[in-house]
Write a protein that binds this ligand. Structure first.
Ligand code: AGP
Length: 611
């Protein structure tokens, strides 16, 4: 997720771009850049690191230019660096683009353009767009952009400027947000509302497959494919800047819970064939022979990422037939490790900087294991020291409590399961097609359920927000989801909560059950459903207060609990991605009711870079 901003009009553009980028930094902050047109030349400035580095450079630049583009980056392809920072140019240096999104077929386009003589200067997918537009340029920028984007697969919110048509900017979007504004003889484009609020509250939202030509005070909006003009309605925004950064949500955590359909989609986008379910993970950079020589998998992580690892153990052992060990990183690094070249070690980390996970990675490397990371931050330490990284394209996760990064980790691990199963021949083509189809349908299912679930969980949260303790139960791949639900609750509401394998109830925890003990059980109709229901009966017999999360088609649950959260039926393997959602919403709402600092809970940090 990145932030783009553009302006053309009568005001000095650089302060507008910098102010806009500052308000978009929550969308990405590993590098930034801008370009403006002055005296018949394009002037481009790009810096690695925070926006403040670019501001420091621009402080020394005097210009009264009134047209330009800016970008703040969250790397998806190519580590953070000046060379990979946007804007990106074509070969002539006279055409520049800024982009937010993922170009799925960028490798194919890059090879084609290089064969046509284009010279690339970055590792990004975005630079392909500049050269592709250049390839179609015949004196008309709007036409060239329209033609070029017909060859693009993936998502984009795009700003384009060309030296030879200094009177206009071009914007286009597909599955990445882009908002436009007009004010005092100028027109604006931006990835999100906050960048426009200092200048105008009247905005137009571009829709997928639309293009806009910005010329001073005028906006011409048309369909991207055939140029048909499109009438748009101006909307007035009354959010304050803080609300706008959260897209109107009260907290980043809630915004990120609702971003999960998009972050799951962005994680599997371009990696799975919708027809065959075939998964491609070129970033693993291991040959089929090397992958088939793997005899064991070792997952290592902390906190929520460790829960993702626990879920993956079920998937990998079931579908790939390899023994899988899962370690908490702070334990892994201090025990005697029996690792070697036939072991694939998978460190999982949202931040890519967790000290214990990094230490475990280094040990694994020293012992000769193949290390493939799952990570959300391109260019982070863990990714730089791994043999390969499968990135979770969740975008920046601002809330300390991990939500969208977690479901993106699960998505990446599910893709890895399908990939290894296909390479090692343990998943048959028709099974791959079935599982792939189920994964591809999941974002839409979650999208449809979120508003109803939020409403239902808000009511349940009222009932339980004063509880002192909570027990979460799950079986199979949903046992780690019980652990995750408990962690979410305790880390943001400060209520003591424990996750347990439901079958463990009789081995101690059942002593805790009484009328004051809320017990939440995950009861999907899976292979251990009957066993789970027996555990629920045990709790009921001791007057525990049950909350059940299960299939909406399972009317047996209503006889067992006054609080039933019904979910759509999905493939058993994928229930962890769906069943964690109500637990996130429950913990969020209880924390809000308890007046806790949801986004920055006491004693916690987003990335634990110390032991
Ligand atoms: C999860 O909500 C917590 N923020 C924490 O447990 C986190 O998952 C853990 O610190 C690991 O962080 P990482 O994924 O960045 O390595």
């Amino acid at each position: 997720m990145c932030g783009i901003v553009g302006y053309i009009g009568q005001r000095r553009v650089v302060p507008i771009l910098l102010e806009g980028l500052k308000r978009l930094e929550y969308r990405g902050y590993d590098s930034a850049g801008l370009v403006y047109l002055q005296d018949g030349r394009l002037h481009k400035y790009r810096c690695e690191g925070k926006l403040a580095n670019l501001e420091a450079v621009m402080d020394k630049v005097l210009t009264d230019s009134t047209i330009g583009l800016g970008h703040t980056r969250w790397a998806t392809h190519g580590p953070p660096s000046e060379a990979n920072a946007h804007p990106h140019c074509d070969c002539s240096g006279e055409l520049v683009v800024v982009h937010n999104g993922i170009i799925e077929n960028f490798q194919t386009l890059r090879e084609k353009l290089m064969a046509q003589g284009h010279v690339f200067t970055s590792q990004t997918d975005t630079e392909v767009l500049a050269h592709l537009i250049e390839e179609h340029l015949r004196g008309d920028l709007v036409k060239a952009v329209r033609e070029a984007l017909k060859e693009v697969e993936g998502s984009f919110a795009l700003g384009v400027m060309w030296l030879k048509q200094p009177e206009l900017l071009v914007a286009a979007r597909y599955q990445s947000p882009l908002v436009l504004g007009v004010h005092e003889g100028g027109s604006f484009m931006a990835s999100d509302i906050p960048a426009l609020l200092p200048f105008t509250r009247d905005v137009i939202f571009l829709d997928d497959g639309e293009m806009a030509v910005l010329q001073g005070h005028s906006l011409q909006i048309s369909r991207l494919d055939d140029g048909t003009p499109v009438e748009k309605v101006m909307q007035h925004i009354d959010w304050n800047a803080g609300m706008a950064e959260k897209s109107g949500y009260r907290h980043f955590m809630l915004k990120e819970i609702f971003e999960q359909p998009q972050s799951i989609l962005n994680t599997f986008r371009g990696r799975i064939d919708p027809e065959t379910g075939e998964v491609k993970l070129p970033e693993i950079a291991l040959s089929s022979e090397e992958l088939c020589a793997i005899r064991r998998i070792s997952l290592v992580a902390c906190g929520t990422s460790w829960h993702a690892a626990l879920v993956a153990k079920y998937w990998l052992e079931k579908r790939v037939g390899l023994p899988v060990e899962v370690d908490i990183a702070s334990e892994f690094r201090y025990r005697r490790l029996l690792l070697g070249p036939d072991v694939m070690v998978i460190p999982i980390s949202q931040s890519g900087e967790t000290a214990d996970t990094l230490a475990g990675l280094r040990l694994a490397k020293k012992l000769g294991a193949k290390v493939i990371a799952i990570c959300n931050v391109v260019g982070s330490t863990i990714t730089r020291e791994s043999d390969g990284t499968i990135y979770t394209h969740a975008g920046p996760e601002i809330g300390v409590a991990s939500t969208k990064a977690f479901t993106s980790q699960l998505t990446a691990l599910f893709l890895l399961t399908l990939f290894l199963g296909q390479v090692r021949g343990t998943i048959l083509p028709e099974k791959a097609r079935e599982l792939g189809k189920q994964l591809i349908e999941l974002p839409g299912i979650i999208e449809n359920e979120l508003p109803r679930l939020q409403e239902q969980l808000n009511v349940i949260a009222e009932e339980f927000s004063r509880s002192r303790d909570f027990l979460y139960l799950g079986r199979g791949a949903n046992f780690p989801i019980a652990l995750e639900g408990a962690l979410k609750l305790k880390e943001i509401s400060y209520i003591h909560a424990e996750g347990y394998a439901a079958g463990e109830l009789k081995h101690g925890p059942i002593a805790l059950i009484d009328r004051d003990m809320p017990v939440l059980a995950l009861a999907p109709k899976d292979s251990v459903y009957g066993k789970l229901i027996s555990n629920v009966e045990e709790v009921k017999a001791r007057h525990g207060r049950m909350i059940l999360v299960g299939s909406a088609s399972d009317d047996h649950l209503a006889r067992l609990s006054d609080y039933v959260i019904g979910l759509p039926d999905v493939h058993e393997d994928l229930t962890p991605l769906l069943y964690v959602i109500p637990l996130q919403l429950l913990s969020y709402q209880i924390a809000v009711l308890r007046g806790c600092d949801v986004d920055q809970p006491r004693n916690l940090a987003k990335s634990v870079t110390v032991e």
